[in-house]
Design a protein around this ligand. Structure first.
Ligand SMILES: [Fe+2]
Ligand SMILES: [Fe+2]
Length: 196
């Protein structure tokens, strides 16, 4: 992976994302790099994963559904398509990263794929971008600053807090909770008991 890829990514994002989403992606990459330096993760990989995490975010729900229908992976996402199709942007983002930028690094691809829902046993890079996405400087929600500060000292604790807030938000808003989220939540509760 060379530095040219950053130029390609900026070029692609500036053409495909709204200025607001582009700014968000840049902010996520900046905080991801900061957290990477504190957690012994390669800075360039954190920057690339941060910049690309929402590379498919500009696609409409219909475009996302068509995207997966074309790739014959539609069946995998039946429930997501029915209840929360916007979640597909993470899965589409992984494919765009592979096809458009020829990214083969499995950790970067997993990071893009899992930046919204998470998964069990996430790598440090995955947790960094998952956290950065929720606490980047453009995020105005109530806990953004507090968890951003927490993440600089304890990435795992910040990650768990965000996972909890995401679950709470879905339940409080009376929305569909992805079955994957229930499994993920239970996995982290049993593996990170110290945070409860
Ligand atoms: Fe996203
Ligand atoms: Fe994002």
């Amino acid at each position: 992976m060379n530095r040219n890829i950053e130029v390609q990514i900026f070029d692609y994002l500036s053409k495909h994302l709204s200025p607001k989403r582009f700014e968000h992606s840049y902010n996520v990459a900046m905080i991801a790099v900061e957290l990477a330096s504190k957690n012994n993760v390669d800075l360039l990989r954190a920057q690339i994963a941060g910049l690309l995490h929402d590379c498919a975010k500009a696609m409409t729900n219909k475009e996302l559904i068509d995207f997966f229908k074309r790739r014959k992976t539609f069946e995998w996402f039946k429930e997501i398509v029915k209840f929360s199709p916007h979640l597909l942007h993470s899965f589409a983002g992984e494919i765009v990263a592979k096809e458009e930028f020829k990214i083969k690094d499995k950790d970067i691809l997993n990071t893009i794929r899992n930046h919204t829902l998470g998964r069990k046993n996430m790598s440090v890079l995955e947790k960094i971008v998952f956290v950065s996405d929720s606490v980047s400087h453009d995020r105005k929600w109530k806990y953004a600053k507090r968890i951003r500060d927490l993440a600089k000292n304890d990435l795992d604790k910040a990650f768990f807090e965000i996972l909890r807030k995401k679950v709470e938000y879905v339940i409080d808003s009376g929305s569909w909770l992805c079955p994957q989220t229930v499994d993920i939540w239970n996995w982290y509760v049993s593996n990170y008991k110290k945070y409860n």
